[in-house]
Each structure stands twice: as C-alpha cells, then as structure tokens.
Design a protein around this ligand. Structure first.
Ligand code: PAF
Length: 290
C-alpha cells in the first residue's frame, strides 16, 4: 500500500500533478472525516483514471452555523489511512488561508432557486458557499491536459444537481460522475455526521431509509405514492424531527404532482428526505423510475 503524497499548498498540488503528467485524472473533493462512502468514490476514481487526487478541506463558507462548523469531525491521520487503502495518489489538504488567500470571495456564484429549496431552505447560503469552493477546487486540480473527471456522492443529491448545472452553465472542462449511496448493513446512508449519533439515535435514524423504501417500492409496483404514509413513520420516532419528505423532478428539483395524487407513479423522480436526529441533521434520497 502506497502512502498518498500530501500537498498543503496550491503550488505543491500543481507541481505534483505536473510531475505525474497523467493521461487521466480523477478528482474527489471532500471535507474529510472519511468513511467507506468516500472509499467507494475513491475506488471508482481509481478504476477509471491514471491519477487520483482528493481534497480534504472543511469549507467554512458552506456552514451557516458556527457550532456545526466547529463540531465537524477533523481526523487527517485516519483520513490518510483510508485514502491510502483506496489507492489515492495525492491528497490536497490546505489551510483556509490557502483557499481564501484573497479573503472571502467578493465575486460570488449564486445557486438561485434550486439552491433555496430543501437543504437550502434550512441552511441559507449553504449551496452558494459549496459552489464557491467546488469551483476553486475544480480549477486547482485541473490537469490541463488529458481526461479530467470529478466524482461526487449521490447522497448529496441536491449538491450534485447544482454542481452539474454550474459545470454546464460555466463550461467547466470536467466530466462529472455521481456515485451511488453506500449504506450500513441496516440501511443507514453513510455520512461523516453518523459519528455524532448515539446508538439509540442511530437506531431511530433508520426511519429515513424505511420511509424511502416504502415509497420506492410503491413506485416500482406502479402504485400511487401516498407519501403521507412515509411521513407518518416519522411520527412514531420521538428522537427524529422530520424536516421534509418529498418526491421531485431529478433535474429541476421541483416537487412532482404525484406526491399528492392518487394516480400511480410514472416517469422519473427523486425521493428526498431530511430529518434531525438528536442534534444531527441527516439527509437521504433515492432515484425512482416507473
Ligand atoms: O460534499 C462535500 O463534502 C462538500 O460539500 C464538498 C463537495 C467537498 C465541498 O466542500
């Protein structure tokens, strides 16, 4: 097992990529606290590219709660180990001043209505802050020649839709890949935030997956979705506070009329759910088609 090269500055990163001179580069931006969900992104990037670069950077701009930013787990040593096991070549792990060297951005990317829905509604500014850093990181890891691919977890479905839109709208020379959710044996979507849950909260959090499964099964069986039944499951979990449960258009994120109709589901949809378990906000999703 090879230890990945750690780059702290943009110059070190640029030099390491130039030295490798790859025919293809797979880039996976992360905020660290890596788990097997990230591991699956790294492995797919490893299979598809000559050089695999990841970034580990907790981006203050996408947190609208200072406490949440402070509590976000930071564990570089363990992250390096997981990245090494997945065959990562280069880790870009900059300090904040290396990324925001010119101060916080004056010129901003606006995620518009799609960034105000769902996660954006409870975390104002989150998606603008996320796009700000993803845009910078995509530039910094750009090999300038050869194939360039960037990998994102489908778990953050709204994030993937927005990054796709940014890359299309601004003509970024990168191919985006979204990688399916990795789940625990019991079905909980893997997330760095799961480490903050007690055992009882982890058990209660399983309602996210149960509720999704209920609606996904109905879609697969061409039945009416009746999502109020899924919402009802949350009322039986005192440790869980539901924020939203909905089925949306996977490209526009607008709610589908099927949510409130008695007609069977047809077409393409995306189930989105968010809930707070104890103090921890969790999200999950699943594409459906019928
Ligand atoms: O999904 C994440 O971990 C972050 O939003 C990302 C894409 C690394 C940007 O900070």
């Amino acid at each position: 097992m090879k230890t990945p090269k750690i780059c702290k500055t943009r110059q070190e990163l640029k030099a390491a990529i130039a030295e490798a001179n790859p025919r293809s580069l797979g880039f996976v931006p992360t905020m660290g606290a890596l788990h097997q969900g990230h591991g699956s992104l790294f492995r797919i990037a490893r299979e598809e590219n000559e050089l695999v670069v990841i970034s580990i950077f907790v981006n203050e701009l996408q947190f609208n709660d200072a406490g949440d930013y402070a509590r976000y787990p930071r564990q570089l040593q363990a992250d390096v180990q997981l990245a090494a096991e997945a065959g990562v070549d280069i880790i870009f792990a900059p300090e904040a001043q290396e990324i925001y060297h010119a101060g916080l951005p004056l010129i901003k990317l606006a995620s518009g209505r799609m960034g105000e829905l769902y996660e954006g509604a409870s975390r104002p500014g989150h998606f603008d802050g996320m796009l700000a850093v993803v845009s910078k990181l995509l530039h910094l890891a750009d090999p300038r020649q050869g194939a360039y691919r960037a990998y994102f977890g489908q778990k953050d479905a709204q994030q993937v839709v927005l990054i796709r839109r940014m890359v299309a709208d601004l003509d970024y020379p990168v191919e985006l890949r979204s990688v399916p959710i990795v789940r625990s044996e019991k079905g909980l979507a893997l997330s760095s935030r799961n480490a903050l849950l007690s055992e009882a909260e982890k058990e209660a959090a399983m309602v996210l997956h149960r509720s999704i499964q209920l609606i996904a099964d109905r879609a697969a069986n061409h039945e009416p979705l009746n999502i109020e039944d899924a919402i009802g499951l949350f009322q039986m979990e005192p440790l869980v506070q539901l924020d939203y449960f909905t089925v949306v258009d996977p490209n526009t994120l607008e709610e589908l009329a099927f949510n409130c109709q008695d007609t069977p589901f047809t077409g393409e949809g995306l189930i989105l759910v968010a809930a707070t378990v104890g103090k921890v906000r969790l999200i999950d999703n699943q594409p459906i088609s019928a």
